[in-house]
Structure formats: C-alpha cells, structure tokens
Design a protein around this ligand. Structure first.
Ligand code: SF4
Length: 182
C-alpha cells in the first residue's frame, strides 16, 4: 500500500488552477466562515496537502481552530498515519479535488437538510471511532457514514458527493434520491 495518498487522479497543476481563481478562493473563505478569500498560499497548500485540507474544512465555522491553521500555514501536521487512515485520507482528498473543480460550490440548504435527514435515519450513521487519528485530526463528536467513512455534515454540503447506498425502491438512485454513477 502506498505511503503517501494521491491528491487526485488529475494533475496537481490542473487542480490548483481550477481551485485558485479569486472567486473560488472567496467561496472557500465563505465556506470556512471567514469574510474574505483565503490567500493563494493557503489555497495552494489546501490543494496539494490532503491532511491540511481536511483539517481546515473540519474547522469551518470555528474561529479558534481556523485562525492558527490559516496564519501559520507552514506548521506541520502529524506524520504518522495508519494504512487505514491513509486510505481514508486518499478518499477525502479525491472528494476534495472533485469539489475544488466546482470552484467550491455547495448545495442549497433545502438539499443539504434533506440529505442530512436521510443520513440521520440510516443504519450506517454513527459516531466516529475515537481511536482513529484521522477523526482526532478533524475534531471530536463527529458523526460519520460507516459506509464511506466521511464526516456526514461535510459530505452532505458538497454537490460532487453522493450516498454510496442504493435506494431500496429505485436502485438507480442513491438513498439521497440522487442518480448513482454507472
Ligand atoms: S451517506 Fe448514505 S449510507 Fe452514508 S449515512 Fe448517509 S444515507 Fe447512510
């Protein structure tokens, strides 16, 4: 198994280009809950270092956790990550790169809350395992989807994500009622 997770299947240059426009940086800043675009320096690290991106996204709306991450962007993150966490990190990085290509668009509140309501009623919805470094990195008391390992409140915001389970009545749709990839 690879030691270092891939940022995406596409080239880093394409990804940085797609996610670095002033509009994308402003939208990402708004997603984080700050009133200005994130700097180009922050964005470049976000798009090339999955652990940093994940930590930043999970600090969205929490100024005390965001500020040090945005100000001291050279600070290093934990280096020892288990193979399972590495897989999850690679998965999160791919989801992040798909999202970056939309210029950090997100779903409207109605769709977001509909997705969350489905997750809350799902047997795969539960607390993140406390012993996993990846979840300690992103904070405590996060509810995750055990099928994909994603933090549900974040995943449900992204237009590029879908529920991995088929709808019981309409298997061509996910449980979120959205078309599944062929
Ligand atoms: S994403 Fe789908 S499988 Fe995961 S918790 Fe939500 S409804 Fe369940």
């Amino acid at each position: 198994m690879s030691e270092k997770p891939a940022v995406s299947e596409d080239s880093i240059r394409d990804l940085v280009q797609a996610g670095s426009s002033p509009e994308a940086r402003a939208r990402f800043g708004a997603f984080l809950g700050i009133s200005k675009p994130v700097s180009q320096k922050v964005m470049t690290r976000v798009l090339t270092e999955p652990a940093y991106a994940l930590q930043l996204v999970e600090a969205a709306g929490l100024p005390d956790r965001l500020e040090p991450l945005l100000e001291d962007i050279s600070a290093s993150l934990p280096k020892k990550i288990s193979a399972t966490d590495t897989e999850l990190l690679a998965h999160a990085a791919q989801a992040f790169s798909r999202w970056a290509k939309t210029g950090f668009a997100w779903v409207d509140d109605e769709r977001y809350h509909a997705r969350l309501a489905t997750c809350h009623a799902c047997e795969h919805f539960g607390a993140a395992p406390a012993e996993r470094l990846i979840y300690r990195l992103v904070g405590r008391e996060r509810a995750i989807c055990a099928r994909c390992g994603c933090v549900v409140t974040r995943k449900a915001r992204l237009p590029t994500e879908n529920c991995p389970e088929p709808d019981m009545v309409h298997p061509n749709l996910s449980r979120w009622g959205e078309p599944r990839a062929r």
